[in-house]
Design a protein around this ligand. Structure first.
Ligand code: BMA
Length: 819
């Protein structure tokens, strides 16, 4: 008989067992979803308001402080299987599980799979399964009394337990402490044996693909064999001692590439466990053939930090990924696919799954495999000291084993990383004084985790931390070694300082802005709505975040006087800050080989560093990323007291052509022009060309700009910041045409210089979207926007502030010349 899996996802009810602040009068049995969470069940039953709206996060705080019980009943008939097990793919977090009134097990780790033998406790006919959750807050108090103090950047006991850290609140996330069966569960019946663990190590050997497959078998008493197949190659081998290893060589397979370098061929890999001719278990994954290594060779600057995929050094145009929703089961495979498509459309080629969230789901990785999106996965440690005593080391080893093996078949996964900012914290954040020699996690990052990766997934690189220099003898955030986090720029000094250093690899840097207008007004109903009105304030979690937003405008844009101007100016500044930082870093390829912006997404509607807001809408930053992460980037950069034009080429074919540079007045008059007959950026490299001084030196820096063009790439350079520019009042002619059922074309012909033109269609229809933002037009230039919108649109609505905005009107408003 083949192993049978029967999901137990129906008939669940939820019952409140009380706790501080428990809402009185809750029904005895609330209809519940599995997979699901207590919060989403209460929400669906109309028993709590939406925690994402206004100040409701506070109103629903009691939910996380209560204990809860989930119950279901199911029928079972003995089919004669030798073994019947109850398998939980994910339990959040502290639960006691009972079957027919008998405790069958306990859980204490959200990141593990749990399997319980329940054969002896099942009854023919109806069975009662119940899962009782203890509040993580409550358990946290117990743990805090057991462990001596350990620094944690955020309130809550996340560093004492194995539960998603950002659940307890983060500087972009609410405190919504969940409980529930966040992944599926099933009854599994099997006889003779089952595939307990399958570990495919996938590499290249020259042009050939190699699969070294290790299978561990449960209860192998009978004579068994394994049949392994991939890409037309099949191996059959006997199993001995409960394990089998097969090696398959695939001649010249099509390779798997990140999307900007090639296609993503996936091959089905199947493993069958046979007892004689009988199929008793099987396993299947789509795999890809590619090689991966992390080059950290010492060089003139320090040491490299370069991901090398299929022998191509890859410049990482990355984004940090946080859980896409506080309530994880809401992130469906479709939602993952959509978000990852949005990342890919912004020319992002790597997502870093940050350590305060989860080991991402297979649905996430499947979407990345298909999209050609590289993934760097953190182990789950963030911004805190973690004890190395008590139950923690055992839980951490168990979860690491589970997740390394679960994720290793995915070709998109290219790096394991030990933690987020903990080594930095130990060096710089005063931890050593508090710790007085107590453990803080070093043993995990420098010993346990690299050992487990080497044992289980030896073809993938491991790095101990982000940031980390490669050795405890060099400061973890040393820009010349390893990966660096650049946070003082946003926190303290201003975005022009991104160009002060050239990190080898920048795995975090970011700039805040509010969410899109539609998302802001759907989630916050303040009247009046201002940057500091209660709801807007509540949906800003960063320490003095609003002050930093305003400080960050200084020297660049005028201080906004209205809510509309605040919203636009801060979003514009976010987009420009990151564009500026990335263009600087990419222009220094190969000394710098990666930028991972903080952050791609949000888990709820909030002012944050995200490019895509909590309801999935694109902020102007998304458009700026698409531009500055383009595989061909032309940029004008300061070099040797002058200016240079830099062509950055992330393709595998050379990029060359004539470069034309013009110095112009804002009215379009050409003051100087120069064409260099050929600039050539070799494959995967950058090439620089000094701009002659007569072009690079303005006559009037307030009224001139430089424009460089090479093929269809363009770079613009201003000689002063917007507050000092004489930007004219924007003038244009517009035409609107319906080009499909829900598709419109908006044509703009500029009659003046228009800097960073945006048309915020979400202000008219929340679900409308537009093809481009931050478009700069010289007088006479034309741009056609495509708008997706099911509702009606009119030209007069579209072309009025605050729907249509540009930098000109911010500057004009400040100088008093505007409307
Ligand atoms: C780093 C990240 C996150 C945080 C971000 C913004 O510390 O690792 O913990 O959200 O900066 O402050």
């Amino acid at each position: 008989m083949q192993r049978q899996t029967r999901p137990l996802h129906s008939g669940w009810t939820l019952h409140c067992l009380g706790g501080p602040g428990a809402r009185p009068g809750l029904p005895e049995a609330i209809a519940a979803s599995v997979p699901g969470t207590v919060h989403t069940d209460l929400l669906a039953a109309g028993l709590i308001p939406d925690p994402y709206l206004d100040l409701n996060e506070i109103t629903v705080d009691w939910v996380g402080h209560c204990d809860w019980r989930y119950d279901t009943r199911f029928n079972w008939q003995d089919d004669g299987a030798d073994h019947v097990e109850l398998v939980f793919a994910g339990v959040d977090t502290f639960a006691v599980i009972s079957l027919n009134g008998i405790e069958i097990g306990q859980t204490a780790n959200m990141n593990r799979t749990y399997r319980f033998d329940v054969r002896a406790h099942l009854r023919a006919g109806e069975n009662h399964l119940s899962v009782t959750f203890q509040s993580a807050w409550k358990r946290g108090e117990v743990l805090a009394s057991q462990y001596e103090p350990r620094p944690n950047n955020y309130p809550g006991p996340a560093n004492l337990m194995r539960k998603m850290a950002c659940n307890f609140g983060w500087d972009w996330g609410p405190t919504l402490v969940t409980a529930g069966l966040w992944q599926g569960l099933a009854l599994e019946s099997w006889s003779k044996a089952r595939l307990a663990r399958v570990r495919p190590e996938i590499t290249l050997d020259g042009a050939d693909g190699l699969v070294r497959l290790h299978a561990d078998i449960d209860q192998a008493e009978t004579a068994l064999s394994l049949k392994v197949s991939v890409a037309g190659v099949t191996e059959v081998l006997p199993v001995s001692g409960g394990a089998g290893t097969a090696e398959l060589r695939v001649k010249s397979p099509e390779l798997w590439w990140p999307h900007h370098l090639g296609s993503q061929k996936l091959y089905p890999l199947t493993v069958e466990l046979l007892a004689g001719e009988e199929l008793i278990d099987s396993w299947h994954r789509d795999i890809g053939f590619r090689s991966i290594r992390l080059d950290t060779t010492p060089d003139d600057y320090g040491s490299a930090f370069t991901l090398v995929v299929n022998d191509a050094p890859v410049y990482v145009c990355g984004a940090n990924w946080i859980p896409d929703d506080c309530f994880l089961p809401r992130v469906t495979p479709e939602r993952y696919a959509e978000r990852i498509e949005q990342a890919r459309d912004a020319n992002i080629n790597l997502l870093r799954v940050w350590g305060g969230g989860i080991y991402e789901t297979d649905a996430f990785y499947d979407a990345c495999n298909r999209a050609g999106m590289l993934v760097w996965q953190d182990f789950l440690f963030a911004c805190a000291a973690y004890p190395e005593e008590g139950d923690l080391p055992g839980e951490i080893e168990a979860e690491a084993r589970d997740n390394i093996v679960r994720l290793m078949p995915h070709p998109s996964l290219v790096l394991w990383n030990g933690n987020n900012e903990n080594i930095w914290g130990w060096f710089d954040w005063g931890w050593q004084d508090v710790l007085e020699g107590r453990t803080w996690g070093q043993g995990y990052y420098l010993d346990l985790l690299p050992r487990l990766v080497a044992e289980l997934d030896p073809t993938r690189p491991y790095w101990a931390g982000s940031p980390y220099s490669g050795t405890m003898d060099i400061h973890p955030n040393d820009p010349n070694h390893g990966c660096t986090h650049l946070w003082d720029v946003w926190n303290d000094i201003g975005y022009e300082h991104y160009s002060d250093s050239v990190p080898r690899f920048c795995s975090e840097f970011g700039w805040q802005a509010p969410p899109t207008w539609a998302t802001l007004t759907q989630s916050v109903h303040d009247n009046p709505l201002t940057p500091t009105s209660p709801g807007v304030w509540h949906h800003q979690k960063a320490t003095i975040g609003n002050d930093k937003l305003l400080r960050g405008l200084k020297g660049h844009l005028p201080a906004p006087q209205t809510m509309d101007d605040w919203h636009f100016a801060t979003q514009l500044n976010q987009a420009r800050a990151i564009h500026f930082g990335v263009a600087h870093m990419r222009s220094h390829r190969p000394r710098n080989m990666g930028a991972i912006v903080w952050q791609l997404n949000d888990c709820w509607p909030v002012t944050s560093w995200a490019a895509i807001d909590g309801y999935g809408r694109k902020k102007p930053l998304w458009y700026a990323l698409r531009d500055v992460y383009a595989p061909h980037l032309l940029t004008i950069q300061p070099r040797n007291d002058g200016l240079a034009v830099v062509a950055v080429n992330d393709r595998t074919l050379f990029w060359r052509g004539p470069v034309t540079i013009k110095r112009m007045r804002f009215d379009g008059t050409v003051l100087a022009e120069w064409t260099h007959w050929r600039l050539c950026a070799d494959r995967l490299s950058a090439a620089e060309l000094a701009i002659p001084a007569d072009l690079a030196t303005p006559g009037n820096k307030r009224d001139e700009l430089l424009v460089a063009t090479m093929h269809d790439s363009m770079a613009i350079h201003y000689f002063a910041e917007d507050i000092d520019l004489e930007l004219p009042k924007a003038a244009a002619e517009f035409a609107l045409e319906r080009t499909g059922e829900a598709r419109w074309s908006l044509t703009v012909q500029a009659l003046s210089l228009i800097k960073d033109l945006c048309v915020f269609v979400d202000r008219l229809h929340p679900d409308a979207s537009i093809s481009d933002m931050l478009v700069t037009l010289l007088p006479g230039q034309v741009h056609e926007f495509t708008i997706e919108c099911v509702g009606e649109l009119s030209l007069s609505e579209l072309t009025q502030s605050p729907v249509l905005r540009c930098a000109n009107d911010l500057v004009q408003a400040a100088s008093g010349a505007g409307n």
